[in-house]
Design a binder for this molecule. Structure first.
Ligand SMILES: CC(C)(COP(=O)(O)OP(=O)(O)OC[C@H]1O[C@@H](n2cnc3c(N)ncnc32)[C@H](O)[C@@H]1OP(=O)(O)O)[C@@H](O)C(=O)NCCC(=O)NCCS
Length: 209
């Protein structure tokens, strides 16, 4: 029976199957999703009760979230779960029942590469009072290994210049001649505003093809 508030977005046992020794990330001390280093820390899929645990407030440290009601959160949670390609992953401080880190793997289903799967890393954030303690590395490596485990042929992300060293240390690369990120924003005006975001880079991590 699934307890209200503890319904998970995806199968949590997937996180126990990841081999953190496969990542080039240097953890000192060594930690993993199964053993995050503190008894009060848990790495797990997003749950339907995480609205109450400050998940949206945490995303607010990444970007503008707008107002998200509990109903909207639960509707989006159900949609993502039904689609099955969203692996929103969080770190909880179980002492305060607060979400302190998050990252999403979104799987894109392709026709190319023999109907291959491409992973996209999205919405990476660690609560500012917990930064600098390896949690950013932990959550990014978790979803990166998960993409590999689920059969993705590559995983990519967009980031600001200053975070290139962070992602490079985790195995992501700026591919020469192929690392631009372009955006068109639909901000509600009558005109479409496009821009090549010079400050944003696309990094990729390729699996064996
Ligand atoms: C980026 C972020 C997730 C890192 O989280 P964290 O828990 O502090 O990261 P870690 O403790 O695992 O640090 C890993 C390494 O990256 C470096 N690093 C972390 N944040 C950095 C930043 N903003 N700029 C440059 N380097 C950074 C650390 O110095 C550390 O280096 P080290 O291993 O050589 O000591 C966190 O700063 C954050 O949430 N920032 C705001 C949201 C954001 O920018 N998200 C990324 C969107 S692409």
């Amino acid at each position: 029976m699934v307890v209200m508030g503890e319904e998970t977005l995806y199968d949590p046992s997937l996180l126990l199957e990841l081999d953190f020794h496969k990542s080039p990330a240097k953890f000192e001390p060594f930690i993993s999703a199964a053993h995050p280093g503190e008894p009060w820390m848990k790495v797990r899929p997003l749950q339907d009760g995480d609205y109450e645990k400050g998940f949206i407030q945490l995303l607010g440290q990444l970007t503008a979230t707008g107002t998200v009601t509990k109903t909207q959160f639960l509707t989006r949670f159900s949609q993502m779960k039904a689609l099955g390609d969203y692996y929103v992953t969080v770190i909880e401080d179980t002492r305060s029942k607060t979400i302190i880190g998050a990252a999403s793997l979104v799987i894109e289903r392709k026709f190319i590469r023999g109907c291959g799967l491409r992973g996209r890393l999205e919405d990476v954030v660690v609560n500012n009072t917990y930064r600098g303690k390896q949690l950013g590395k932990l959550i990014v490596v978790t979803v990166t290994l998960l993409a590999n485990h689920l059969g993705c042929y590559k995983m990519s992300l967009d980031c600001k210049d200053k975070l290139i060293p962070f992602y490079t240390s985790l195995g992501y690369l700026l591919e020469p001649g192929n690392s631009n990120s372009m955006t068109i924003r639909y901000d509600g005006g009558s005109k479409l505003v496009s821009n090549l975001t010079a400050a944003t880079n696309t990094l990729s991590l390729e699996g064996p093809s």
